[in-house]
Design a protein around this ligand. Structure first.
Ligand SMILES: [Zn+2]
Length: 230
């Protein structure tokens, strides 16, 4: 049975690179794949942008109103007509930007169409709140796999912090694409561990909806190696 996979990680955990490698692994065996991403991600026009510098155009872009199940079916037919080979896998970058019904479509593609779906994305936004697409993927994916990246302190980064002109910000819209210049300034992101996040946010989680009583002096870093990297 084909499955829906969610491979999640913080920013800079190499998701796009891993996805392009997965596509290559299929193609090396003479198989066909389809690559897609939500239109919300405007980086690299209609391409997958890996931080190692590799780019590759997607086969289709998903608009917020799209029926992903139907769109996949049309693209699959197109590949079959052109190459005579059926699609072996659907790969999605920036899957956090999908809507919940679109993630349900991914499950249907795996179960009803028998095509494995590999969705790559970020679990939470800069306020530690799940993106709608990620929440749904965490709920229904057959398989969850974490792609790890490292915090400035050497521990595993689990949160994404937003910076505007290099300064940490903890309020704002859920989506602000890096490399874009908002009216407020240049947007960038840094992945941090829980301790470093709380230090920078002064104990604020969930965009101020929740406050964890943590004083910077109370954060215990310890000296033992991070079990996630041993
Ligand atoms: Zn840290």
């Amino acid at each position: 049975m084909a499955k829906l996979y969610f491979r999640y990680g913080a920013m800079n955990s190499g998701k796009s690179t891993a996805m392009l490698q997965a596509a290559y692994n299929y193609e090396e065996r003479g198989q066909q794949v389809l690559l897609a991403k939500p239109s919300v991600d405007t980086r690299g026009d209609n391409g997958i942008v890996s931080r190692l510098g590799v780019t590759r155009p997607v086969d289709f872009v998903i608009l917020p109103s799209d029926d992903v199940y139907a769109k996949f079916g049309r693209e699959r037919s197109r590949v079959l007509r052109r190459t005579g080979v059926d699609v072996s896998c659907l790969l999605l970058d920036e899957a956090q930007f999908l809507s919940e019904p679109q993630v349900d479509d991914l499950l249907r593609i795996a179960i009803q169409e028998g095509v494995p779906v590999l969705a790559y994305g970020i679990r939470t936004d800069f306020q530690t709140v799940a993106f709608p697409g990620s929440r749904r993927l965490l709920e229904i994916a057959h398989s969850l796999e974490e792609l790890k990246t490292i915090c400035r302190c050497g521990r595993k980064a689990i949160f994404n912090t937003r910076k505007i002109d290099g300064q940490f910000v903890f309020d704002g819209d859920q989506v602000a694409i890096d490399t874009s210049r908002s009216s407020a300034g240049e947007v960038s992101y840094e992945s941090l561990c829980g301790a470093c996040y709380l230090e920078e946010s002064h104990g604020q989680l969930g965009g101020g909806r929740r406050r964890v009583l943590v004083e910077p002096a109370e954060i215990v870093y310890g000296s033992a190696p991070d079990p996630d990297f041993t």
